[in-house]
Design a protein around this ligand. Sequence first.
Ligand code: ADP
Ligand code: MG
Length: 589
Amino acid sequence: MPIRLLSDKVSSMIAAGEVIERPASVVKELVENALDAGASEISVDVRGGGVEQIRVADNGCGIPYDEVELAFQRFATSKLSDAADLDAIPTLGFRGEALPSIASVARVSLVTRYAGEEVGARLEIEEGRLADKRRQGASPGTVMTVRQLFRNVPARRKFLRTTATETAHIQTLVTRYALAYPEVRFALNTGRSSLATPGSGSLREAIAAVYSLNVAEGMLDIKASDERVERYPVSGMVSQPALDRANRGYMSFFVNRRWVQSRMLGFALEQAYHGFMKERRFPMAVVNISLDYDEVDVNVHPSKTEVRFRKGDRVFSAIQQAVRHTLTTHSPVPEMRRAEPTYSGYTGTPRQPNRYFWPIEPFKPPAADRGEQDGEIARDMQGAAFEPVDGEKGYTHLEALPALRVLGQVRATYIAAEGPEGMYLIDQHAAHERVMFERIKAEAAASMPQSQSLLEPLTVELNPRQQELLGAHQQIFAALGLLVEPFGGDVYILRGVPSILANADPVKALVDMLDEMAQGGDVESWSDRAAYSLACHAAVRAGKIMSHEEMTALTRQLEECQQPHTCPHGRPTIIHLSASHLEREFGRR
Ligand code: ADP
Ligand code: MG
C-alpha cells in the first residue's frame, strides 16, 4: 500500500483510543472540564454502565456561542496558548483532545450558556461531525450528554466489562474527584446507586459522604513535622491504623489537585504505616501534594493520570515524613471496649456497636512527672535485658503513652497497669519486642552494637540460601553485633552475639533471622527484618513470670519508645480500658 495521510476521522479515532479507554474515561474528561470551568456543582448521571448514556452537568463558566464548535476540534483548547505554558499547567485539561475524542466514538449533545451571554447554545455531534447547532435558553453552565459509546468501535466494545464493573469504575472516579474537591458539590446517579457530597469545603464531610461517617471519624489530619518539608506541602487525611483495608483501593493521591496514579506515592504512604499496620493491610488516605507547576510534568500520557516528578525522592520523603509524623503524634492507645452486651438480663438501652477499636479522639495524657522514678528502676533491675534504653531520662518522645503504675501480672503474659485514664493491659512479649527493636536499630545506626564474644564459639550449619544472605548482608550482621565466619563447607562459626541475646539461643536466633530475611518483603528493608527477628528472640516470652520491678522497668522502656503502641509487626502492645468505660460497665453513670 502507498503511504497516505490518515483521514481526520481515522486519526481522531486512533487518538481517542488513548484518551477514552472505557466509560469512566469519558466521565473523567467531562468532570475535569467542569472543574476547569470553575463549577461549584457537578452532577453525573450514568445509564447502562456509561455505555448507554453519560450526562455531566455543571454550573461553570459555559462556552461562548461562537466557540462551541471549536471545542470539538482537535487540539482546540482555551487553557494553553504557547509552548511555554506547557511547563506550568494549572488546569486539569490542556491538550484539547477530550471532546473531539469523545465525539469520534459516541453521539454527543451539548447545551451550554456562557456567563456573559443572554441565551445559550445547543449542539449535536454525530460521528465527530456537527449535526445541529442552534440557540437555546439554558441556565448558566454546561450539560454534556454522551450516548452510545463505542457503537462504531466494536473492538473496544468487546473489551468492556459488565455494566456493574464499568459502573464501579465510574463510581471510583467520581469518588476521587469528590475527595479532591470538597468545596464542590458532587452528585452521582448510576441508576442503582447514588452519591452526594455537601460541597462544604470540609474534607471530613466529603469523606463521610463518600465512604461513611465511621470512616470520616476515624481519619487523622495530616500534619507535617516541620518547615523543612513545607517546600512540598502535604495535606489531607489518613486513617488511624485500626481503620485498615484489604487492598490499596482506598488510597487517593492528588498532585496540584489532579488525581494521579503512582506506585511511588502509594509506596511512600505504606512505608509511613510500616510497623503501625499489620502486614498485607492498607490504609485509607486522601493525600494532596502541592508542587510548583514546573516541578511536575503532567504531559506524560493522554489520560493525564501519570505524572513525572522532577525530584521524586523529595516528594516521596515529604509524604512519608508527614504521614509518619501524623501517626506517631496522633495514634491513640487502642481502647478495649466490649462490642455487644453479653450478660443476660441486660435492660439498658442498646449501645451503639463499637465501630472502632481505637477511640476517635487522640489520647492526650496529662503532663506526667516521671523523673524521680527512673533512678529506682535502674537500681532494681535484674538482668541486662531490662536496662533503660539510652536517651534522655524522663523524656517521652511521644505524648501518646501516659506514665503507668504497674499493678500486677495476668496469666504470666500481660502486665496490668493503671494510668490517668483508667486501666491498661500490656502484652509483655509484644512490648519488649518493641523496646528491643528500637534499641537494636538505634545501636546499629550509631554503629555501636553491644556485642559479647563467645568464649566457646558455636558452630552452625547453613543451607546455600542462608549462606548467600549471610554473604550479601555482612554489614547488617556486623552492625547488629553478630560475628559469624565461614569455617569450611556448610559450617559457620559464631564468635560473638549481641548482648541482648544473653538469655536466648543464639544459633536459633541466627537461623531464624536468615529465614525471616529470605522471605523478603516490599516494605521492610533487610536490616529491619533482621532487627525484628533479633528483637523477637531477645524479648521476654509470654508465660514468663516477671517480678514487679521487671514489669515496671519494661513499662518505662515502652513509654520511651518512638512507637510504643505496636510491636514491630504491627500487633498492639497495649490496650486501654477507659475510666468512662468502667463507669458504664458498673452502672455508675
Ligand atoms: P481541554 O480540556 O484539554 O482544553 P477539551 O477537549 O476537554 O480540551 O475541551 C475543549 C475546550 O472546551 C476547553 O478548553 C474549554 O474551553 C471548553 N470546555 C469543555 N468543557 C467545558 C465545560 N464544561 N465548561 C466550559 N468550557 C468547557
Ligand atoms: Mg478537557
